[in-house]
Design a protein around this ligand. Sequence first.
Ligand code: MTE
Ligand code: MO
Length: 333
Amino acid sequence: MLIRIRKAWDQLRDSEATPEAVFLDRRRLMTLAAAGTLFAVGACDAADGPARAEGAASGSTGAAPDPSASLYPAKRNPAFTLDRPLTEEQWASTYNNFYEFGTHKQVWAHADKLQTRPWAVVVDGLVAKPATFAIDELLARVSLEERLYRHRCVEAWSMAVPWTGFPLAALLAKVEPQSAARYVRFETFNDPAVASTQRQPFYPWPYVEGLTIEEAANDLAFLVTGVYGKPAAPQFGAPLRLALPWKYGFKSIKSIVRITLTDQRPVSFWQELGPDEYGFWANVNPAVPHPRWSQAHERVLGTEERRPTLLFNGYGEQVAGLYRGLEGEALYM
Ligand SMILES: Nc1nc2c(c(=O)[nH]1)N[C@H]1C(S)=C(S)[C@@H](COP(=O)(O)O)O[C@H]1N2
Ligand SMILES: [Mo]
């Protein structure tokens, strides 16, 4: 039994629906109402224009210069090509999902409160060599490259971005996963003093995502440290985020502090909030609608264009094999 929270987005077109506008499990709603913690979840911000504010697109927050700046731009890996133009940086950096800093799209104006140095990433769980990496030490031990990737948000907008980073597999190799490890669980920072939405107990913070070990080993699974030829600005999920271009964007978790190898399938932030709408796999598929809108087309960020969505967001050649024998699973939500 589901209850829908009615908000301004009810009047919006399907393509502008946002995942925060979830149907809530009745029990969760009742529990929260009883505890007095229920509030209306944020409405989608219908103002789509890129903010033209100074500094929105820069990697610098006016604080100390980024210590990794000299690593950029990294050499572009020509294996990753696009079927469309790159999204303008001004758009990609002023239209973001980063719920920790707000449920609207203009989080860039708040995300610069995030201190991205010092920053440590713990890699633990079912590994032979658990480790804590200071971000700049990690950057010194990997080889950065630039990849042009498409990105498809479950809300039916898309962009094409030049990410800089390194394959997730390169990090996992350093800690030597044990054979019992079947999944990789990712966790974002949790700092309510800095991230205002983390003060709202309604949400199951911290943001969590997960992959199978086979997905994590796929060459497309990319850990991002930079974008547009420089260190990533905080709203992109600095200093370390995932890019999983064949999956809906919510799988590409931002500002990672912990990566845990496990034999348990992780329950993600969105799955916990709306299990009837968001699943573990979340592979892009135009033929499988979201319960509240079609996934057949996407709005191309920064343009008037509406494009047909591609199965696996066009990356089927690289990833379709990961899902053979899993036809009984909810692979596309
Ligand atoms: N920690 C965290 N990671 C997150 C999100 C978030 O709210 N918090 N939003 C996700 C969603 S829904 C999308 S579409 C992408 C957006 O990435 P972008 O802002 O760089 O376009 O980040 C994903 N990663
Ligand atoms: Mo998204």
